[in-house]
Every structure is written in C-alpha cells, then in structure tokens.
Design a protein around this ligand. Structure first.
Ligand code: SRM
Ligand code: SF4
Length: 577
C-alpha cells in the first residue's frame, strides 16, 4: 500500500506567482539591484527572477559563520549556468569559459549533470561582464534556471556520429522552440533597446504566459541502448527509435523527477512513463503541448508539489494522454520497443563514423588544476589545437569529440603530458560515480557531496578490492540534500545528505536508469556506511549470477524491495535485511 498522498491543488497562489506576474516579463528591478554599490546582493524578489536569466545569488558557506561573527554581510557571489543543448560546445567557447573562470570566477568550471557549464564565485559587479563575455562566444544563459524549460539534454553518442548529429539537431530545435520570448535578457545583460512603451509591455509569451510555468521543467533525448541522459528522470523524455540505423521517431515519456523533501511523503522521486510515439517532425509540437498542459494544470499553490510528475500522478496517465491528444488534435502512436543497457559513459577512444572521440573521466565534473593533475591547463591546451567539438556528458564527464585522424596524435600527446587519462585506473564504481555541488556554494546543501564522495570512494574501493570486484561497474551517486541534483534515486548505491556528515543510504536502483532505489539505512555517518556496505559487497561478489548487476542483486537478496513507481518510494519495507 502506498503511503504517498495525491497533493492538494487548491489554496492561495504561492508568492512567486505574483512576483513573476508583476515582473514585466522577468525584468523586475534587476538592473537597479546590479547598480546598488552598498551591498553585494540583490533583492529577494529579483533573486528569484535572476534564475530565469541563468544565475543564482549564493554566498560562500565556508566563511558564513566567520562573516557573521565579524558583523559583515555574507560573502555574496553569483553562480552562472550556461545553456548548451546536448552539452556540445566549440573549442573557442571552452576557452572563453576558462578565461571567464579566471577573470571573474573562482578559477574552476563545473560540468553539470545536465550537460552544461557553471561558473561559481562571480561578484555582483562582474556579473554583467561575465554574461557579455559568454554572449560574445555565442553562448547564452537564458532559461538555464527558473520556472521554465531548462537545458535540453541529448545522448552524447560517440559511436554513431550521423545519428548523434540528427538527434542533437532535434534537441536544439526543442530547446529553441521553448525559449522565452521576453527581451528582458537582452536589455539587462546585453544593453539592447527596451521594447516597452510608456503604457507598459508590448511583449507576450505565447507558450508560457506572463507567469511562466509553476516550476522548473526538464527535457532530454536518449538514444538506446545508452540511457546516459537518464530519460526516466526527465519531466519529458524522448527515446529515439532507430531502424536499420535510421531515425524513425521518438517514444514519449512523461512525469519523471528526482526532488523530494526529507520526512514529507507527499514528495518523492518518480520515473517517467512511456505513453506513445511520434515522428521526428512532430517533436517540437509534442513538447510544446506537454509544456502547456503543465502550465495550465500544474500546482501553483504549493511549490513542493508543483513539478509535472505531481500533475500527472494527481490526475493519472490516462487523463494526461487524452489531454495531450486533444491538444495535438491527433493521437500519439503506440510506443515502439527499445532496450537500454546503462546510464553511464564509455571511456577512452572510440571511432565514430569517420572521426575519433575521447571520453575523459572528470571527477564530479569539476575542472580545475589539482596538485599533480593539471586538468584545467591540459584541457585549455587541447582546446587551443582541437578542430572538433567538446561534449559535456550527463555524468559530468567530457568528450573531446570529432577528432580527425590527423589531429589525433597531437591530442594524445597533450592528454599524456597533462595526465588526463588517470581515470583509466579508477575502479568500476568510481567510473560510474556522480556528486552534486553542495558545499560551499549551494545554499540548500545539508551535507558535503562533491568534496566528500572522492574520499568515501577511496574507502569503498578498498572493500571492492578485497572482494575482488574493483572492475565491476556499479553506479553510485551522492547529493548533499534531497533535491537530488546528481539523480541519486536512480543509482544502485546512493547517499542523500541529511546533516553534516550524515546521509540516508539507498540501494537497488537499476543499472540502466530505469528503476528507483529504496532507503536502506537512515542518517548514518562514514563508519556505518562502510560497515553496512562491506557484507553486501562480499556477498554480492560471492553470490551474483552471471551478468547480475549490484542493484538487481540487492533486491534478489532481500536487502531492499524493488521500487517500480515513485508512489511506492516511501513505503516501509518489511523484507529488507
Ligand atoms: Fe539542481 C536546485 C545544482 C541538476 C534538482 N540545483 C539547485 C541549486 C540551484 C540550489 C538552489 O536552488 O539554490 C544548485 C546550485 C548549486 C551550486 O552551487 O552550483 C543546483 N542541479 C545543480 C547542478 C549544478 C548539480 C551538479 O553538480 O551538476 C545541476 C545543474 C544542471 C543544469 O545544468 O541545469 C543540477 N538539479 C539537477 C537535477 C538533475 C537533472 O536535472 O538531470 C535535479 C533532479 C531532477 C529533477 O529536477 O527532478 C535537480 N536542483 C534540483 C532541485 C529539486 C527540484 C524538485 O523537484 O524538488 C532543486 C531545488 C528546487 O528546485 O527548489 C535544485
Ligand atoms: Fe545543492 Fe541539494 Fe542540489 Fe546538491 S542536491 S546541489 S546540495 S540543491
């Protein structure tokens, strides 16, 4: 029996709805706030609007207490997130980001779980200059955050270049089609002329309306057998269907999402459900109609229940299909068969149709120069000579893509010089690991994530070594809070932060990203994590069947129950060991 309750959809509108409505299509008083020299911050309302422009106000949490003691305002700074559909960027864009990280940021770049870049540590006075620098390199940050469609993800697919290009073009079309129409971004950051007359706005938002969506909205396109984009975690996922190597269309999956709140069973991670199939030329139309259904029916009275997954779960998948078919004025076809193998990345060199692609392991997506591992410098040097493109993977890794045979030797020399393939020595667990940012920049972090997972992995790797399975591919993900930015609920082993040094531990996600995991131990620290994992790892090494993945094994062995729907995520397990 499910303990989840279908959310209430009535009551007063949340405050943000009014802020959006009154913002004059996302302008608010951001310009005035940026010019105020008294503080390093902007107002709370503008802060909410700023997200639609791709930036968040943050403060350095490592020094928050010290600043308070010294009666100083928090060390305010901004994070900027770029919009790069499918994670594809040019070498020039890479060099621009690297340069901006140096001039205005904290000397690092973060490759995100949605295939884009983030810069951290930008002071208010440098925000506009940074945005302009990105724009000069033909990058935008519009709608990278906020209650709107975000960066559209797309399978990185180094194996089949032709199919990748085709699907990538579709992801860009969907992304462009769902961009907001407001000129606010250009006015505020790029000094474009105002398009407002003296009586008010002359703008409209044909898809979104003046209050945009009730909550963020995420779209991704997978190309089986790779589920690298975690299609079942997306609000709207498309699964490319290929026949004889040709793209025939897309299965449509709706209502996935990872976020939840500890202790609130009305919130839960959910996997999307496949409801039909459409041909490629119908893709943007389907995406638009799905978005408008969420716009019209999503919960605007409670942000914790406003994601699309709750809209669908509250009304049912059949209701949704009917509503969509009605809006389309034609019916989706029956879904086609597909098969996913994994949601991870393949490392090393691969030959595509006619070019080479090198996938590098980037621990938790952080690009910086480490002691003995000059990652950032090495990638900068590669970007200077590379004639292809870069692809940021959904697992926070990087592909140096479309390397010509002529260029390959030079890239190999640079990779070796800067020790960029150290990753080939990592365990199967680390190769399949991800951690969200968390401290010190994320304002919502309850526990460390990116800064802690590497050292926890060192200790788990000792156990794996002893058990003789250090090459076994096992997915492990950590998030510093239950918002789930590393998509932890789909990992075979997951840790979700509860408090400093304390995590909930989940087991049993599907290796191919199609099944949620389940709570195994609550609020535990490192010692208990290792003590809990040790016997399971040894037993798995001994008892696993041929090809049996860790996540499947822990269910078969009775450690946790299988979770096929988010509605059962919180049910208390009676069979777990
Ligand atoms: Fe996220 C909020 C970082 C992918 C679910 N996420 C945040 C904020 C902006 C914190 C905040 O609101 O103040 C984090 C900024 C930290 C920092 O210092 O940079 C943040 N999220 C990230 C990134 C950078 C994590 C990473 O290490 O890569 C990812 C950026 C993706 C991008 O490029 O767009 C990131 N966030 C995700 C994902 C994964 C995905 O989309 O595939 C999820 C789970 C999927 C989903 O949305 O259901 C995710 N982030 C959230 C949520 C919870 C949403 C919910 O439904 O409850 C929040 C909080 C919120 O929205 O209220 C959040
Ligand atoms: Fe921050 Fe939580 Fe997202 Fe981690 S999961 S980046 S702690 S919001």
């Amino acid at each position: 029996m499910s303990e989840n309750k279908v959310p209430e959809q009535n009551g007063p509108l949340v405050e943000l709805e009014k802020i959006k409505e009154d913002s004059n299509f996302l302008r608010g008083t951001i310009v005035e706030g940026l010019e105020d020299p008294i503080t390093g911050a902007i107002s709370d309302d503008d802060n909410k609007l700023l997200k639609f422009h791709g930036s968040y106000q943050q403060d350095d949490r490592d020094i928050r207490d010290e600043r308070r003691r010294q009666k100083l305002e928090p060390a305010y700074q901004f994070m900027i997130r770029v919009r790069t559909p499918g994670g594809v960027t040019t070498p020039d864009q890479w060099l621009t980001m690297d340069d901006l990280a140096h001039k205005y940021g904290n000397e690092t770049m973060k490759l995100t779980t949605r295939q884009t870049f983030q810069l951290h540590g930008i002071l208010k006075r440098n925000l506009k200059k940074t945005m302009q620098g990105m724009n000069e390199a033909l990058m935008t940050t519009i709608a990278a955050c906020g209650d709107i469609n975000r960066n559209v993800m797309c399978n990185v697919n180094p194996e089949q270049s032709a199919v990748h290009s085709e699907v990538y073009e579709w992801s860009k079309k969907v992304s462009d089609h769902l961009l907001p129409e407001t000129n606010a971004y250009h006015e505020i950051w790029l000094d474009d002329e105002k398009v407002i007359d003296s009586r008010g706005t002359v703008e409209t938002e044909p898809i979104y309306g003046s209050t945009y969506l009730p909550r963020k909205f995420k779209i991704g396109i997978a190309v089986p057998p790779s589920n690298d984009i975690d299609v079942f975690s997306q609000d709207l996922g498309f699964i490319a269907i290929l026949e004889d190597g040709q793209l025939k269309g897309f299965n449509v999956a709706v209502g996935g999402g990872m976020g939840m709140t500890h202790g609130d069973t009305k919130t839960y991670p959910q996997v999307s459900r496949v409801i039909g199939f459409c041909t490629p030329e119908k893709l943007t139309e389907v995406a638009e109609k799905v978005v408008t259904i969420q716009r019209d029916f999503g919960n605007r009275t409670d942000r914790k229940n406003a994601r699309f997954k709750y809209t669908i779960d509250a009304r049912g998948v059949d209701w949704f299909k009917n509503e969509l078919n009605e809006r389309l004025e034609w019916n989706l076809d029956e879904p086609r068969t597909y098969h996913f193998e994994s949601n991870g990345d393949r490392y090393g060199w691969l030959k595509g149709d006619d070019k080479w692609h090198l996938t590098l392991f980037i621990q938790n997506g952080r690009i910086k120069d480490f002691d003995d591992y000059p990652l950032r410098t090495g990638l900068r040097e590669i970007a200077r000579v590379h004639t292809g493109d870069f692809r940021i993977t959904p697992n926070q890794n990087l592909i140096i893509a479309n390397v010509t045979s002529k260029n390959k030797k030079q890239i190999i020399e640079l990779v070796e010089k800067y020790k960029l393939t150290e990753g080939k020595h990592y365990s199967g667990l680390r190769r399949n690991s991800m951690a969200c940012v968390a401290f010190p920049t994320c304002g919502l972090a309850m526990a460390e994530s990116e800064r802690y997972l590497p050292s926890l992995l060192d200790k788990i790797e000792v156990i794996l070594d002893e058990a003789g399975i250090s090459e076994e591919e096992i997915t492990i993900r950590m998030s510093g809070c239950p918002n789930g930015c590393s998509r932890p609920s789909l990992a075979e082993i997951a840790f979700i932060g509860k408090a400093p040094g304390k995590y909930n531990m989940y087991l049993g996600g599907g290796f191919n990203g199609s099944r949620l995991n389940k709570l195994y131990r609550e609020n535990i620290g490192e010692e208990e994590i290792l003590n809990s994992l040790r016997p399971i790892i040894f037993q798995y090494a001994k008892e696993r069947e041929q090809g049996e993945h860790f996540g499947d094994y822990v269910i078969r062995a009775g450690y946790v129950e299988e979770v096929l729907s988010g509605l059962d995520f919180h049910t208390t397990s009676t069979t777990s060991k």
